[in-house]
Design a protein around this ligand. Sequence first.
Ligand SMILES: Cc1cc2nc3c(=O)[nH]c(=O)nc-3n(C[C@H](O)[C@H](O)[C@H](O)COP(=O)(O)O)c2cc1C
Length: 176
Amino acid sequence: MNVLLGVSGSISAYKAVDILRAFQRQGNDVSVVLTRNACRFVQPLTFDTFVPGRVHTQWFEDADDPLLHIHLGREHDLFLIAPASAATIARMACGMAEDLLTATYLAFPGRVVIAPAMNEVMYAHPAVTHNLLTLRERGVEMIQPEKGELACGNQGTGRLPEAQHIVEYCLGVVRV
Ligand SMILES: Cc1cc2nc3c(=O)[nH]c(=O)nc-3n(C[C@H](O)[C@H](O)[C@H](O)COP(=O)(O)O)c2cc1C
């Protein structure tokens, strides 16, 4: 399977590298799209080491392919956004295609899975709940965040699940 891994600006963005590796171990091809803020948390070079030339952070600046958001949609079977930040979820729910990740989401004809990850108070906010419901009604699959210790030190629901769990969930989605 050709998997497009979208990474947004959550403290758990570093875990996306494990997700990429877990997909590869199961024989899948992976490309990566990072938001500008995701690049503050984890270096594109880390992903590029495992999938050379298949890591995208630029859009307007990408002289090689100005229609990258369309072509990524054609070339991949599944779009997993993990971690999905509250801001990225909001842009997706509003159809705001203002960066490469969200434009690719709108142009993506295949299955889309999101794995929200954030502080438990953010996750419980009605705006986030509403946006997630909107996305689920539109057919986006959601991997529930786990309960446990969060980066801020609080206990609560908002943790990104382990890479293997996320990959198995995605493989299950494409089997149905
Ligand atoms: C240290 C730090 C950790 C953050 N962790 C999260 C997080 O886990 N989840 C989240 O939704 N936002 C988190 N944020 C806020 C996002 O980075 C911010 O909303 C950003 O605009 C998201 O951009 P993006 O969705 O375009 O990647 C964090 C911000 C900082 C400074």
